[in-house]
Design a protein around this ligand. Structure first.
Ligand SMILES: Cc1ncc(COP(=O)(O)O)c(C=O)c1O
Length: 441
């Protein structure tokens, strides 16, 4: 049984047994051991931690331990945990409207597109396609690129080139496109073998297009800052300048995969804004729903969407493309981002966090590089895997994201705390990281 609205028990009260709702307290329903063990789809190395509440920059475990969330989960939680106004917005919307087929409009769908176009999207991007997660959105972007070429009678173009390393999602199409070797492992027979290029070499991109046959190449897909597969790896400005010239020269669309870097994570609205980059198609996800609602989006330049529309083309929706209540949740998330100026805060706190990590870890035997932008910071590891390092951090009360994809670059810890992170949180994150890495000698 839940508490009446507004009378939520604090975990401390629950742990001390002093919640005034006693056995009626929802927290008192501890999870049976056997059910927790059965929860993972495949057997993990160890029992998963059980989180019973989330609050600000912390995850609260069943025994009351407060774990600092130094990665916003999977680089998702931009506005911080426990924001009741998102729950209110979703509940209010869902009381009026549940399911409506995505081709029909609803108030929150329309309002979210308006808010995105007016306040968030690059100039000249006037239309948005919604989906549930990042993989659905990157997969859709591939279809959008193909539809664009078809609309122009360029029907031989279908190949998508991506970088090594990279991660673009877990569907069969996006795993084939991406260069996350660990996540592709064993699935090779299922994956289309698209060309892969080094992450920082624009002339290799030109050569790959030539080798594939320029008339067959549809798009180049890249993350402005490489996340899951490498830990905030940043290519230089010249690379982007030249890469864009290569795409334009060959009539290849550039798909910016901003699933992770979008919505202010890197200290600017979009990760691609740090460099001379002009996307034709822009994909984003995580920060849009902020961890509260599963929402992702694909947007494209008016040239791309206009050409598809003029030719009578269409991009098939998913059953759950932007349910009204999920759009209401995303609207409330963006409202908080704007009101609290969290994009600017990501820049300020990101700079502080990166320099704090650098001061504490420069020269450490287990660290080769500290890099990134805004609140997307990578600590590249020497002589240990990201999973080992994360385990040591979790033992010390901190969650951080293990980044790395196999041989292309070394593993890294990926730091991306909620943008409401404070100086005290940063101190705690740095202390735990140093202590964890020291434990490896
Ligand atoms: C750049 C990028 N693209 C795509 C994805 C896939 O998103 P999802 O896990 O929501 O399907 C991710 C997930 O981490 C990502 O970082």
């Amino acid at each position: 049984m839940m508490h009446p609205e507004g009378l939520r028990c604090s975990i401390d009260a629950y742990v001390r047994g002093s919640c005034r709702y006693g056995r009626m307290c929802s927290m008192s329903q501890t999870l049976p051991e056997s059910s927790v063990d059965r929860y993972p789809f495949t057997r993990p190395a160890s029992r998963p931690p059980v989180v019973v509440e989330t609050d600000g920059v912390e995850l609260i475990l069943e025994d009351g331990e407060r774990v600092i969330d130094a990665a916003g989960g999977a680089v998702v939680t931009n506005i911080g945990h426990g924001r009741g106004e998102i729950a209110d917005a979703v509940a209010t919307a869902m009381r009026s409207i549940d399911y409506v087929v995505p081709t029909w409009a609803t108030p929150n769908r329309v309002a979210l597109v308006d808010r995105l176009v007016n306040n968030w999207l690059p100039e000249g991007f006037g239309h948005v396609y919604f989906a549930g997660g990042g993989s659905e959105a990157t997969d859709t972007a591939v279809r959008v690129a193909r539809q664009y070429h078809l609309s122009r009678g360029d029907d031989q173009r279908y190949k998508v080139i991506a970088r090594l390393p990279s991660y673009h999602g877990a569907t069969i199409a996006t795993l084939g496109i991406g260069g996350h070797m660990a996540r592709r492992s064993g699935l090779d027979p299922l994956l289309a073998e698209w060309p892969k290029v080094p992450w920082n070499d624009a002339s290799a991109l030109a050569a790959a297009i030539e080798a594939a046959g320029p008339e067959t190449v549809s798009a180049f897909m890249a993350e402005p800052i490489i996340g899951a597969s490498a830990g905030a790896l940043v290519a230089n400005e010249d690379y982007w300048q030249q890469g864009m010239e290569v795409c334009q020269h060959y009539g290849v669309l550039f798909i910016a995969d901003e699933v992770m870097t979008g919505f202010g994570r890197t200290g600017l609205t979009w990760g691609h804004e740090h460099d001379p980059v002009q996307p034709d198609i822009l994909v984003s996800a995580k920060g849009l729903g902020g961890g509260y609602v599963p929402m992702s989006m694909v947007t494209a330049s008016d040239e791309v969407t206009g050409s598809i529309s003029d030719a009578g083309g269409n991009v098939m929706f998913f059953t759950y493309s932007g349910p009204d209540a999920m759009c209401a949740g995303a609207l409330a998330v963006l409202e908080i981002m704007e009101r609290e100026q969290l994009v600017d805060r990501a820049k300020v706190m990101g700079d502080r966090m990166q320099s704090a990590l650098s001061s504490a870890l420069d020269g450490h035997s287990r660290v080769t590089e500290i890099r990134g932008r805004g609140l997307m910071i990578g600590v590249e590891l020497a002589g240990l895997t990201a999973v080992e390092a994360v385990e040591a951090c979790v033992q010390r009360g901190m969650w951080v994201y293990p980044a790395g994809s196999g041989p292309a670059v070394a593993d890294a810890l990926l730091f991306a705390p909620p943008m409401v992170v404070t100086d005290d949180h940063i101190d705690r994150i740095v202390d735990i990281t140093v202590d964890a890495l020291n434990s490896f000698g």
